[in-house]
Design a protein around this ligand. Structure first.
Ligand SMILES: [Zn+2]
Length: 169
């Protein structure tokens, strides 16, 4: 019955809860990516991991410029932002005309600025759920000049990931 109380609470906030078998969830997420619609999925970890493995094909990894976040950048994330970053994390780097760059550190910094540190930490602390952001519509803001940056930033860490239809399949 607890499940229904939890569902009731989510739905009362105006969100939907979708229950479906693995294959249907996979198809739903894939269609959302292709459609270009902005949607956020909270999925069991195994389903999200399967989607990430499918989505991050060698072609997409290359096209987005995804690279492992370096130990130095992880250390900076922990010491300067106070957010734990252990295990594998992947990110691309965007360059601004002003010379500023935007990677995992700047992404988390912007996330904390816009949503608060508690929310960022709460997402990564979820034990069973993963977040897959499909076609996210927020732009990377350059730390140096405060302008929206061209290009999309991608971050993939633990139970968080994003997928956009702009990358070739
Ligand atoms: Zn800039």
């Amino acid at each position: 019955m607890e499940t229904f109380a939890a569902i009731d609470e989510i739905v009362s906030g105006g969100q939907i809860v979708l229950a479906a078998d693995d294959g249907s969830v996979f198809a739903t997420v894939r269609e959302a990516i292709k459609s270009g619609r902005t949607e956020t999925f909270y999925l069991p970890r195994a389903q999200a991991d399967a989607i990430k493995v499918w989505y991050w094909s060698p072609t997409r990894i290359r096209e987005a410029g995804m690279e492992p976040v370096s130990p130095g950048e992880k250390a900076r994330i922990e010491s300067e932002l106070g957010v734990k970053c252990t295990g594998s994390a992947y990110s691309n780097k965007l360059s601004c005309e002003c010379g500023g760059t935007y990677g995992a550190f700047e992404f988390l910094q912007q996330g904390i600025r816009e949503h608060g540190k508690d929310m960022v930490e709460a997402i990564f602390a979820m034990k069973d759920a993963s977040v897959i952001r499909v076609n996210p519509n927020n732009s990377a803001i350059c730390v140096q000049c405060n302008q929206r940056m061209l290009g999309s930033h991608y971050y993939d860490y633990r139970n968080y990931g994003c997928c956009a239809e702009t990358l070739a399949s």
